[in-house]
Ligand binder design. Structure first.
Ligand SMILES: NC(=O)c1ccc[n+]([C@@H]2O[C@H](COP(=O)([O-])OP(=O)(O)OC[C@H]3O[C@@H](n4cnc5c(N)ncnc54)[C@H](OP(=O)(O)O)[C@@H]3O)[C@@H](O)[C@H]2O)c1
Length: 292
């Protein structure tokens, strides 16, 4: 990974931080994002210490704001002259439904629209750095696999884990469409499932954030969650960012071990990816840019 620049959103803690350590160890120039200067500096110091690399830098933005995402993308392009790997790792699992400053349901905004926008904004640099890679980190319950266009912003029903899983499904469908539209440009787009990890995001989970049948298994689930390491959950992202085996591979879904797995059919058939794409562009006002 020497001479490669990797941008990991949410790289200041949890799975993103472990991904940063692994890629810095491989010689990459790593840029991590977070929201807070102090937490960010602590994260960068830890990544430098554990990787033995000094090539680790911080960029700040609250990805719950589209203006902030745009500003961060502009700042990135001012500060860095290439981007070989973008890892859209930030995730959000709120207990209750609420709206962002842009008036969008926050789970959809942070898990899907923010990485969609960031990838769009950084496309010129990704294309100029080709072959380059985009890795979108998914998550949520291992069931379902459909996009509910009538409840995109949880207007009709909200349940923390279901809404979060759904937002990740929307993001995954959009990733498939990104890959299709970017075919031949040298920019690949894949989805990585990290698996469970004991992180800030999962620390405050409560049974009422889960569907009833999962509540029944709460003590077991909690035990597994608490004993799962962020380091193990970074395997898939590190593999997809660095392995020559996946050079040119695009539009695929990878499991916790970095193995290619089947897509949930409901996410990639019946025009779902294209519909998600068009709705997302419209929500972000991106249609006129027509980058791809
Ligand atoms: N942990 C799990 O069990 C699990 C399972 C499946 C999938 N995932 C996925 O894996 C990814 C990483 O999750 P994690 O568990 O490692 O999370 P985490 O430990 O809570 O880390 C989240 C990172 O994202 C940053 N962040 C959070 N909200 C942000 C926002 N609004 N704007 C900008 N940065 C923000 C945090 O930075 P600051 O707080 O410093 O600002 C931190 O660097 C997510 O996409 C998640 O959905 C996690």
């Amino acid at each position: 990974m020497k001479n490669k620049t990797v941008f990991i959103t949410g790289g200041t803690s949890g799975i993103g931080r472990e991904t940063a350590v692994g890629l810095a160890q491989k010689g990459a120039h790593v840029v991590v994002s977070g929201r807070d200067q102090t937490r960010g500096e602590e994260g960068v110091a830890d990544i430098k210490k554990r990787s033995g690399s000094q090539q680790v830098e911080l960029i700040l933005a609250d990805m719950a704001s589209f203006a902030e995402v745009r500003r961060m993308a502009a700042e990135f392009q001012e500060r860095f002259d290439r981007l070989d790997v973008l890892i859209n790792n930030v995730g959000y699992l709120p207990k209750e439904r609420h709206l962002t400053v842009d008036g969008i349901e926050a789970t959809l905004a942070v898990n899907h629209l923010a990485p969609f926008l960031l990838t769009h904004e950084l496309l010129p640099l990704l294309k100029a750095s080709a072959p380059s890679r985009v890795i979108n980190v998914t998550g949520g319950a291992p069931f379902g696999g459909r996009v509910d266009f009538d409840n995109l912003q949880a207007e009709k029903s909200f349940l923390a884990l279901n809404t979060y899983t759904h937002a990740k499904h929307v993001m995954s469908a959009a990733s498939f469409e990104f890959a299709r539209r970017l075919a031949g440009t040298g920019v690949s787009v894949n989805v990585a499932y990290p698996g469970s990890a004991n992180t800030n995001m999962t620390h405050d989970l409560q049974p009422d954030m889960f569907p009833w049948f999962m509540r029944l298994m709460w003590p077991l689930f909690r035990r597994i969650q608490r004993s799962s390491k962020a380091e193990d959950a970074a395997v898939s992202s590190i593999f997809l960012a660095s392995s020559p085996e996946v050079e040119g591979v695009s539009g695929k879904y990878f499991n916790t071990k970095g193995q290619e797995s089947s897509w949930a059919k409901g996410l990639i058939t019946n025009g779902v990816p294209e519909r998600v794409w068009r709705i997302s562009e419209a929500m972000l006002g991106l249609e006129e840019k027509a980058l791809i």
